[in-house]
Design a protein around this ligand. Sequence first.
Ligand SMILES: [Zn+2]
Length: 369
Amino acid sequence: MANKAYKFRLYPTQEQAQLLAKTFGCVRFVYNKMLEERIQIYEKFKDDKEAMKQHKFPTPAKYKKDFPWLKEVDSLALANAQLNLQKAFTNFFSGRAGFPKFKSRKAKQSYTTNMVNGNIKLADGYIKLPKLKWVKFKQHREIPVHHIIKSCTITKTKTGKYFISILTEYEHQPVPKEVKNVVGLDFSMNTLYVDSEGKRANYPRFYRQALEKLARAQRVLSRRRKGSNRWHKQRLKVARLHEKIANQRQDFLHKASRQLANRYDAVVIEDLNMKGMSQALHFGKSVHDNGWGLFTTFLQYKLEEQGKKLIKIDKWFPSSKTCSCCGQVKVSLSLTERQFRCECGFVADRDINAAINIKKEGLKKLGTA
Ligand SMILES: [Zn+2]
């Protein structure tokens, strides 16, 4: 089985938009309520993780008695809020994420509902959703008939647009491809990656220009009086630019991953923990902006669709410090050294040297080296 998501623009009526707003609010409310309870449990069992895990998770049904208006919205959306919180805690306990946070009003407006007994249907530019009934949407591409709808996520952007992402599942068993062409990628802060053949994936110029435009618009916003008309206007402008940039980045990441997935039978990357990395090196937001996580997700499913492989090597592998020619490992290599120079006489760009090492390590893992 494989998954594929389809995203479309949604056009709710005013009445439907009201119900959507209510649903976003209820999902946030229930999430925060459950988190509140979980925090109490956490405080109580802090030193006994096992006892905490045994403790039953609060369910949304529990709150419906005290807050009857919760019954007005899609109960599946509330159930998914519970699952999301559980996932957040699982990630916290495994060290992959920080302690779950409360959702603020400013957080992303979104909820997920599931396909249960044919409650979601598509017909003539309309999609039937629980509680909302038929909502108009722009279906610019067909969902193949052998795809089964699993869930739908409805989102409202900061500029007031609605989108629906339809997650489907389908039977897919690609024939494993014989591995001939392999490439290694070294993550790069500025250009996304450098590959073992020396090519750099460069963000397009218009994307960088849009980033500069956004920075300017944000400076203007910071000078405006908060809450004034001109401030509101500028805030909307900033939100629009944000959306545009996110779309451009996504397009670029799709294209870059598509090209690699078509050209190579296997792609080797380092299994970077982006969260840990941004915290450790104080790169802050820029690492997330770089979209490496999104890129590797795209790359993985685009390769797998064709029976190809994404190979992740250990993040502690010294890809930068190793000479890709003789294999000697340097004791130290500062971030400012852009050229890799080895005692054996080998000289190469630091990133390309790393990418070649990553490829070699991947080949070892594949057992073809
Ligand atoms: Zn060497």
